[in-house]
Design a protein around this ligand. Structure first.
Ligand code: HXC
Length: 246
């Protein structure tokens, strides 16, 4: 019908969001946004993973300067320029940048196996694509602190309890429920739907731009630390990181 469906499809890496995947995701969203036959969009992954984060293997070799020069995170920001509603259909892991993509969507349908988390602290960095700013708005400061400072992941039921997601449904149904919801919205008054989305986001985003700019800079700066190199290298080598505080 009038729903544009986008499936993240790098299952061998739990849909880790490398640059190519992010560019293709945003190109697809923007194409649907321009298409008069589409009224709403659904982004999904597979049962095991929506996305396990930005691609650590891609970032592990980067310096602060390289992260800044290429503005590594900028591609994530394109999702917020989409005017039509975007629903995330999440099963399995939604971690790091994957959770940040979900937080940038307008509604979230979760399967009962969904897990939401910001594990960047384990890599010696912070969420760099909106997590520190949007999570606190989504679940409140206390829980956001625990999730970001201490890698506390939320189960689907917890995410529902704290208001992060719209619904939790059995794993066999989550995609259909998301598409059905998108389908209902897609046939509503297009201008009013877009205006409502814009204004609802405006209510929580008035001070967001400053926060996002600051967050991105801090994220890039951490690429100069020994701990960040150690954290990412340890992941690649499948061992525990040894922190030195440098
Ligand atoms: C690159 C990843 C990946 C990632 C998983 N893989 N997550 N590759 N980047 N973020 C790869 C693994 O290396 C492995 O491939 C394959 O996917 C399967 O993963 P396993 O670890 O073997 O699976 P499992 O034991 O089931 O553990 C699942 C997991 C774990 C708990 C989700 O994969 C994990 O901790 N992933 C990293 C999560 C993370 O730190 N995300 C935040 C990234 S930083 P190979 O070929 O090696 O076997 C971030 C910052 C965003 O997102 C800021 C904006 C840019």
């Amino acid at each position: 019908g009038r729903v544009g469906l986008i499936t993240l499809n790098r299952p061998q890496a739990l849909n880790a969001l490398n640059n190519q995947l992010m560019r293709e995701l945003m190109d697809a969203l923007e194409a649907f946004d321009k298409d008069d036959d589409i009224g709403a969009m659904v982004i999904t992954g597979n049962e095991k993973a929506f996305a396990a984060g930005a691609d650590v293997k891609e970032m592990a070799v980067k310096t602060t300067l390289q992260m800044m020069d290429t503005d590594h995170v900028a591609v994530f920001g394109r999702i917020r320029t989409i005017q039509k509603p975007v629903i995330a259909a999440v099963s399995g892991w939604a971690l790091g940048g994957g959770c940040e993509v979900v937080l940038s969507c307008d509604m979230i349908i979760a399967s009962d196996s969904a897990k939401f988390g910001q594990p960047e602290i384990n890599l010696g960095v912070i969420p760099g694509a909106g997590g520190t700013q949007r999570l606190v708005r989504a679940v409140g400061k206390a829980l956001a602190m625990e999730m970001i400072l201490n890698n506390r992941a939320l189960t689907a039921q917890e995410a529902l309890h704290y208001g992060l997601v719209n619904r939790v449904v059995p794993v066999g149904d989550y995609l259909n429920v998301a598409i059905l919801l998108a389908d209902e919205i897609a046939v509503r008054a297009p201008l009013a739907v877009r205006a409502a989305k814009r204004m609802i986001n405006h209510s929580s985003e008035s001070f967001l731009a400053d926060g996002l700019a600051e967050e991105k800079q801090v994220f890039y700066n951490l690429f100069a630390s020994e701990d960040r190199k150690e954290g990412m290298q340890a992941f690649v080598e499948k061992r525990k990181p040894e922190w030195t505080g440098k």
